[in-house]
Design a protein around this ligand. Sequence first.
Ligand code: MLT
Length: 408
Amino acid sequence: MIRINENYTRLKPSYLFSEIANRVAQYQSENPGADIIRLGIGDVTKSLPPACINAFHKGVDELSCDSTFKGYGPENGYAFLREKIAGEDFHKRGAPIDADEIFISDGAKCDTGNFQELFANDITIALPDPVYPVYLDTNIMAGRAGNAKNGRYENIVYLDGTMENGFIPQLPSQPVDLIYLCFPNNPTGAVITKSRLQEWVAFAKEQKALILFDAAYEAFITDETLPHSIFEIDGARQVAVEFRSYSKTAGFTGTRCAYTVVPKECVAYTESKSEILLHPFWKRRQSTKFNGVSYPVQKAAEAVYSDAGKEQVKKRINEYLLNARIICDAMDDLQFSYVGGKNSPYIWVHGKGSDSWDFFDRLLTKAQIVCTPGLGFGQCGEGYIRLSAFNSLENVQTAMDRMKKVLA
Ligand code: MLT
């Protein structure tokens, strides 16, 4: 008899963004003429930078000739990309990361979802609330979350984000083993200072815990005092793993390329409390279950670091940040409280007493705007919606005009 992994029965029936897509598709089928503007899922709308497209084409051409053809690539990704990453993303910011501590992958979603496989099933997980649903769902699948009671899982330590704490959660008041942090934050757009991040690193050290730090949105940081990487913090190499992505940075949501940094000093512990290095374990996991990102895609990602690539990426980020500013200005006009939008493509808006799915339905049916209901990111998201700046300037302006008419 084939038996199911019953942990799957503890999940909500559908993934947040699938549920939103279904509701929007239903509305669209009932209102075929509706001009829907999507400010929901954080999917980029601007083309890949020309520097990436050129490198992508060249990479494909190399595959057309036996003498330059590539089959399986190196397990951790091509050195040409890993060396650029180490130099440009880390050394230039004073973060001591070597090229062989970098693992190229097809997405931060997969890596943040898969990394928990390295750990025991009875560890305690600390998760911010609201949170990117992948961190919670993958721990539910693994059986670490326990049963849901009143919308929360009994074995998870929730780190509440509120307007009062600016959606920067406090350190847990109880021992925890694995901590998920994401800054600039998805969904709230909140950012963390170096000194606050230092407190998390010190806490992880004291607890012999590990921080999984998702920095997929670091390219949107405009305030130069803010850390782009947890490895800008002293001591983080022993207690943190970092996830990065080209999706939002350079428009690779469909192309797929990302990377994970596992420093060689980073450890977990056996039952008998001896230290085990995580780097060889993640390498072992990836070489067994993953076969790399295609050569042309890695060439396209390398081009992000060329002079032209840097300029083109910056232009796109600035265009999305301008959209974010237009959304923030509209929220100010409407006197909605919000966070985010300054160093982030997300604006997290308080619905003045509306529940978050009602607010979602109102925006969809009255203004033909898709947002993401805050409750989908956790209980602390109830009463909020997330607006994404990933769209054209024209669509964002139209959406804000519609919101002002409908909500004023
Ligand atoms: C989001 O909208 O939160 C993101 O697009 C999700 C993702 O990157 O997987």
